[in-house]
Design a protein around this ligand. Structure first.
Ligand code: SF4
Ligand code: SF4
Length: 68
């Protein structure tokens, strides 16, 4: 079975509703695999080295990150 990785559901992600536009999932990832170019922008995940730990999933208040 292919390994799961974090994917951002851009239909659910609302950075303007997050703390000062800062994505909580970015700082939750122990491998720093999510990047936010600037506040109020949706994060971009990197599929490489995702360890499927779900910390980013749990950190997002809008459940916009899924493991697929
Ligand atoms: S992924 Fe979640 S925590 Fe991050 S900006 Fe989008 S809604 Fe906010
Ligand atoms: S599942 Fe874990 S390793 Fe993968 S992006 Fe989310 S926090 Fe990072």
């Amino acid at each position: 079975m292919p390994k799961k990785m974090a994917v951002v559901n851009y239909h659910k992600c609302r950075p303007e509703q997050c703390d000062s536009g800062v994505c909580a999932a970015v700082s939750a990832c122990p491998r720093k695999l999510l990047k936010q170019e600037a506040p109020h922008e949706a994060p971009m995940p990197s599929p490489y080295a995702c360890q499927n730990c779900a910390k980013c999933v749990l950190a997002c208040p809008l459940k916009a990150i899924e493991l697929m």
